[in-house]
Design a protein around this ligand. Sequence first.
Ligand code: CP
Length: 315
Amino acid sequence: MSHESPASRKDLLDIASLEREEIEFLLETAKPFKDLVSRSVKMVPTLRGRTVLNLFYEPSTRTRSSFEIAAKRLSADVINFTVSTSSVTKGESVLDTIETLQAMRADYLVVRHQMAGIPSFVAKHTGASVLNAGDGYHAHPTQALLDAYTLREIYPDLTGKRVVICGDILHSRVARSTSTILEKLGAEVGLLGPGSLVPRHCAKRFKVFRTWDEVFAWEPDVVYLLRVQFERQKAQFFPGVSEYHREFGVTDERLETIQERGLYVMHPGPINRGVELTDDVTRYERCLINQQVENGIPTRMAAMYWLKPETADRR
Ligand code: CP
């Protein structure tokens, strides 16, 4: 497959609208950016003179800091807009905030919001490139890119590889974006979770399992665990945390099976120990959580490298 540069887009809002050649290009472009880490000077001048604004309406550890490091390695100026200490707390609307920030001439807006569709709304009202850093249940495209990159370091061709995504599928933008990128790259995706947390329509697209026995019988290559998103749940979706752990978590016994079979384990973070996994899972040699975090930087550098803000012409 050729990795010639596909035409740049202005925004990165989801994975569903990306063509496979665009995904391949982003994953290939991330490779030399990852190699920068081993150099004494870890920066390139690609975005010198440009400004990246991190606009996070929801908490984040990994995504916000990863975008900040990625932008700085590309030599951009970075501004972190902290919603809790901004005029948003005085009732300022998203659009008014964006218009105000536009006057400061940002070239890239990295937007996380609890409501699905806000990054797309922002993108329509600004010449800056908008990167969706997670919107409600909808999408988390850079998480999907770093997940695909991490898996392709192990399996250069994902065709036919089996990945089971386990947990709170209903509330997970990661499940939506990562399952989509895996499908586009030829992997097979299965889902495991309580019936109340796996939307019924998923069965039309993916294998849906109800138990770990069914999952192990399917012989997956990778187990991708999700956090239960209690903060997004407006009802009780299962009897309790200990029952959830017993039925759907990676217990010590299930970890033994995973180890015997040499399966890889992934998780987007933050993890909840004692719910979807145990401490021992994080110490398992094929647990890829730290590699995922590490790969967030080069994949986000690749995304900013590829996007073309409409502000570029005014310089
Ligand atoms: N994976 C992820 O989005 O983590 P944060 O919420 O810490 O950014």
